[in-house]
Design a protein around this ligand. Structure first.
Ligand SMILES: *[C@@H]1O[C@H](CO)[C@@H](O)[C@H](O)[C@H]1NC(C)=O
Ligand SMILES: *[C@@H]1O[C@H](CO)[C@@H](O)[C@H](O)[C@H]1NC(C)=O
Ligand SMILES: *[C@@H]1O[C@H](CO)[C@@H](O)[C@H](O)[C@H]1NC(C)=O
Ligand SMILES: *[C@@H]1O[C@H](CO)[C@@H](O)[C@H](O)[C@H]1NC(C)=O
Length: 363
């Protein structure tokens, strides 16, 4: 693992230098869809419990607590850096003017593939709603670029990481949601993937070609889940980890199929299963969360003092990984070292090829 971390750091530094020297990012724009794993402020003005715009969130982020559910940057921030952007992609809630030409972050804490997911938390922007917001952006871009808008949108990078809440804040809450009585885990994965397929096709119809789709990680290892369910001697709640496997098992071949069916689609499946527990060797031996968490929702207690050395932890609060894990996720997606990390190619290969086709990966 160590050589991999060193490689990652070197890669990040060299990529920053190159980005700075060359001045232009590898793609003109980057659009982000997702949940609290990459929300960067879209929930701040919503009436919802799913908010992180207070310390100690953002303790390692230059602007402090922005609404990011972690101590520092999210994987989407790292991917923006790796792509050569010198500013982070603005959240839809505050993006204005020509900002949107660099891309927009639509992600919203608590959101899911299904519209009802996360409703017990309050306001959140479901994936369907995020796609509607993207249409608003497209209309604005058309006003600015006219007939060039379509080819512009084809050149952008797109990432989407969705589905965790459809389990954590839906299927696993039988008192509130009927899904677990309606569907077996296999059936539920079918239902989710069918809807996801339509949403990915919608995104394609809106011009997305270079789209990285992140599979689900081992959400049963989240300290809040471990505290709630117990683990029977294992490090994680194995029943919950097993629940998301059928989702990943269906998603990967779907991406392959979409690549062959949709002309020009260069969709990437990113395997994040295991990343949270592997990114910080030995983390599970220390206390499980960096910040002190509220018992009811697993989020950081407002204005509490976090742990001193954040690099020693995988989880910042009861559900959300630290910046160290986010960096690993970005690396896996952007410059996969193993073909099992990202397939059929990584974001670097997809994005580096702008007009000339794929270039050799930097590795
Ligand atoms: C865009 O938003 C930023 C920060 O929210 C603000 O400083 C700026 O004046 C706004 N620009 C326009 C054109 O509205
Ligand atoms: C715990 O593990 C033991 C041994 O594998 C098994 O017999 C038991 O049913 C498990 N209990 C729960 C609650 O999963
Ligand atoms: C891809 O095309 C084949 C042949 O038309 C079709 O059977 C299949 O359902 C399509 N798959 C997807 C994911 O659209
Ligand atoms: C944090 O922990 C890492 C790994 O043990 C160590 O290399 C680093 O020096 C520590 N940083 C601080 C500020 O203590």
């Amino acid at each position: 693992m160590a050589w991999r971390v060193i490689l990652s750091v070197l890669f990040l530094i060299s990529s920053n230098l190159q980005g700075g020297a060359a001045g232009a990012p590898q793609v003109p724009c980057y659009f982000i869809y997702g949940d609290s794993l990459c929300d960067s402020g879209n929930n701040n003005d919503l009436v919802t419990d799913a908010k992180a715009n207070y310390p100690p969130y953002g303790v390692d982020f230059p602007e402090g607590a922005t609404g990011r559910f972690t101590n520092g940057r999210t994987f989407a921030d790292f991917i923006a850096e790796l792509l050569g952007f010198d500013e982070y992609i603005p959240p839809f809630a505050t993006a204005n003017g020509s900002d949107i030409l660099r891309g927009v972050n639509y992600a919203s804490g608590g959101a899911g593939i299904r519209d009802e997911t996360g409703q017990q938390l309050g306001g959140r922007i479901s994936l369907n709603h995020q796609l509607q917001n993207h249409l608003i952006t497209i209309l604005r871009i058309r006003e600015m670029l006219g007939a060039d808008a379509e080819t512009y949108l084809n050149k952008c990078a797109y990432t989407i990481w969705m589905g965790s809440n459809d389990y954590l804040n839906n299927y696993l809450m039988p008192d509130i949601y009927p899904t677990s009585t309606l569907y077996t885990p296999e059936e539920y994965a079918d239902v989710l993937i069918e809807q996801y397929e339509q949403q990915l096709k919608t995104l394609y119809s809106y011009g997305a070609r270079r789209l990285a789709i992140f599979g689900l990680s081992e959400i049963g290892c989240a300290p809040a889940e471990v505290a709630e369910y117990g683990t029977n001697g294992s490090l994680c709640v194995d029943e919950i980890d097993d629940l998301v496997l059928p989702f990943n098992d269906r998603l990967k071949p779907l991406i392959k199929e979409l690549n062959s069916n949709l002309t020009g689609a260069e969709f990437v499946y990113v395997n994040t299963y295991g990343v949270t527990t592997n990114a910080v060797p030995g983390a599970s031996l220390t206390s499980p969360t960096c910040c002190k968490v509220k018992k009811d929702d697993g989020q950081c207690i407002p204005f509490s003092t976090p742990c001193l050395n954040r690099t020693l932890y995988s989880y910042y609060d009861g559900f959300h990984p630290t910046e160290t894990v986010h960096l690993e996720v970005a690396e896996i997606g952007y410059a996969a070292l193993l073909s099992s990390d990202a397939s059929p190619f990584d974001i670097y290969r997809v994005s580096g090829g702008s007009e000339e086709g794929y270039t050799e990966s930097k590795r």
